[in-house]
Design a protein around this ligand. Sequence first.
Ligand SMILES: NC(=O)C1=CN([C@@H]2O[C@H](COP(=O)(O)OP(=O)(O)OC[C@H]3O[C@@H](n4cnc5c(N)ncnc54)[C@H](O)[C@@H]3O)[C@@H](O)[C@H]2O)C=CC1
Ligand SMILES: CCC(=O)/C=C/C=C\C[C@@H](O)/C=C/C=C/C=C\[C@@H](O)CCCC(=O)O
Length: 269
Amino acid sequence: MDLEDKVALVTGGAQGLGRSFVEILLKNGAKVAIIDVNESLGNELKVTLNQEYGPDRTEFYTADVTSEEQFKGVFQKVVEKYGQIDIVCNNAGIINENDWEKAIAINLGGVVRGTYLALDHMKKDKGGKGGVIVNVASLAGLGPLFPTPVYTATKHGVVGFTRAMAGVSTLANHGVRINILCPGFVNTNLVTLFSSEEHVGRFLHLRNLSEKILEQYGVMETDHVAKAFLVLVKDETKNGEALMVHVDGAAFYSFPKQVKDFPSTKVNL
Ligand SMILES: NC(=O)C1=CN([C@@H]2O[C@H](COP(=O)(O)OP(=O)(O)OC[C@H]3O[C@@H](n4cnc5c(N)ncnc54)[C@H](O)[C@@H]3O)[C@@H](O)[C@H]2O)C=CC1
Ligand SMILES: CCC(=O)/C=C/C=C\C[C@@H](O)/C=C/C=C/C=C\[C@@H](O)CCCC(=O)O
């Protein structure tokens, strides 16, 4: 996919990984709608990006991805302003093992809502132009991150939901590819939370384990992950794929094609 003049929408775009996705999309010629619940950070970023790219390449919209009204309204405003949406990145996410229902609502519910809203505007069988959706999971969507079990569950949910929706999109001829980004640890606000009782709650006693896991995997910079994000956006052969990103590079996860191919040990019943 050539990104020149394409229209992208990125949730959680005001900082961290989302901001790096916004910036790499702009560098490749796209226009970007930045969605975030943090209004002050979003407005600050808009001012910064205006200086580098001019006022017409980005727009910031304050919205909470857990609100159908707000999120749906933002999609409508983006289409009214730019006439189309070609790329959607459902990136907004949190770690909160205390308020785990909030974590589920944002990390999984927000991705489901963003995927459905994106398809409503993009699918070719309803007058759209097709495009690509990238849902941000994590390596914790493929392997359990013990200190954050609910976060792990939300990310496993993003992987399963996205793979199923990629299949639906193919069967329905939506013309929309839907892929998963699975980064390891990245140097953002989020990765500092594992020693915060407010965020890891009853699992705070595992913070030494967290530090060992962080040390084992290393911590990446956001621009490294953004390059992997761009692969999922541009490679039109990829649909339903999970791209793992770690300090040494990136690799597509090999999902077994059928149940009979699942790694298993036979049990006599
Ligand atoms: N930092 C890391 O090590 C990794 C992060 N990820 C995932 O990447 C995504 C982005 O994470 P980071 O950039 O690290 O976090 P971050 O905390 O730096 O940025 C997240 C952004 O999402 C926004 N946000 C939170 N809740 C929202 C809501 N309800 N509606 C709209 N916006 C909301 C926040 O205001 C913030 O600007 C998350 O889904 C996270 O799970 C995945 C793997 C590793
Ligand atoms: C480690 C403490 C913590 O909760 C930090 C979270 C920070 C970032 C968000 C998350 O998306 C990063 C996940 C990285 C996971 C990496 C590997 C796991 O999937 C498996 C770890 C289990 C193991 O190898 O022992």
